[in-house]
Design a protein around this ligand. Structure first.
Ligand SMILES: [Zn+2]
Ligand SMILES: [Zn+2]
Length: 257
């Protein structure tokens, strides 16, 4: 096979698989949140049943929903704790029902602000995609699909693991404190759009799950900010007046504000 054809073939597989992998990861993120992390009260009952057989998954729900949504960031969206005393009081409450190992896992991973379960549930789509590699016709196809898997199926995992913490910081603080490559992402239109969407997720935890956009919108689980939301985001420094001028009312694919 001519090398040029190999590159064109790999690019074709990269783009084709990329569309599928992007949507797969976005749907996985949205559904994982709705049915495991941010359960409504009716669904929480079966999560308690699961607790005995899958304690790691239960801990993930507890860390994200109970700790991240309701037991931290109580005083302000941009401050995890109001004081050291508040953090210590939460530690005392957690020690009453978590094992020492679970307690360590939860606290060293920012009380649910960076997931602490094994990465497996988050990386499941990317890992499952690898199963198709032996079925592909040649090396060029495998290289294209492998690259697509890395580029399109893993961003939401990285967003959850590392960037989420910065979504809860004031915009100026986030871009100043984040490592250079992350600061570029935080300043981008996509980073700003996700910051806004995640704020709405905390206002209503059964909406706007995605950090990798798409599935929420397609599933009817995404809402745009209201004028009052914009006012509040500006007051707490989550966005700048320039962001509001650029994004408010915008309805473009990927940045649907
Ligand atoms: Zn949530
Ligand atoms: Zn959050």
């Amino acid at each position: 096979m001519a090398p040029e054809l190999g590159i064109a073939e790999a690019a074709g597989w990269f783009l084709g698989a990329g569309v599928v992998f992007y949507l797969e990861a976005s749907f996985w993120e949205s559904l994982f949140h709705e049915f495991l992390l941010d359960l409504n009260p009716a669904r929480r009952r079966w999560m308690f049943a699961l607790k005995r057989f899958a304690p790691s998954l239960y801990l993930e729900h507890y860390a994200h929903n109970v700790l991240h949504h309701f037991r931290t960031y109580r005083g302000a969206y941009t401050r995890q704790f109001e004081s050291e005393a508040e953090r210590l009081a939460l530690d005392v409450a957690m020690r009453k029902h978590l094992t020492p190992r679970q307690f360590r896992r939860v606290t060293t991973h920012h009380y649910g602000a960076s997931f602490e379960a094994p990465a497996l549930p988050y990386l499941a789509p990317a890992l499952l995609n690898l199963l198709c590699l032996p079925l592909l016709p040649d090396v060029a196809a495998r290289a294209g699909v492998l690259a697509a898997d890395l580029v399109f199926a893993t961003p939401y995992w990285a967003y959850s693991k590392w960037m989420h913490l910065y979504l809860h910081r004031r915009f100026d603080a986030a871009v100043a404190e984040a490592p250079g490559w992350m600061s570029v992402w935080l300043r981008s239109d996509y980073g700003v759009a996700v910051r806004i969407s995640h704020y709405l997720h905390h206002r209503q935890p059964t909406w706007n799950y995605n950090l990798q956009y798409g599935a929420d919108l397609l599933r009817g689980r995404w809402r745009p900010p209201t004028a009052a939301d914009w006012d509040d985001m500006l007051t707490i420094g989550l966005v700048t007046p320039a962001h509001r001028a650029r994004f408010e009312g915008r309805r473009v694919w990927l940045h649907p504000f």
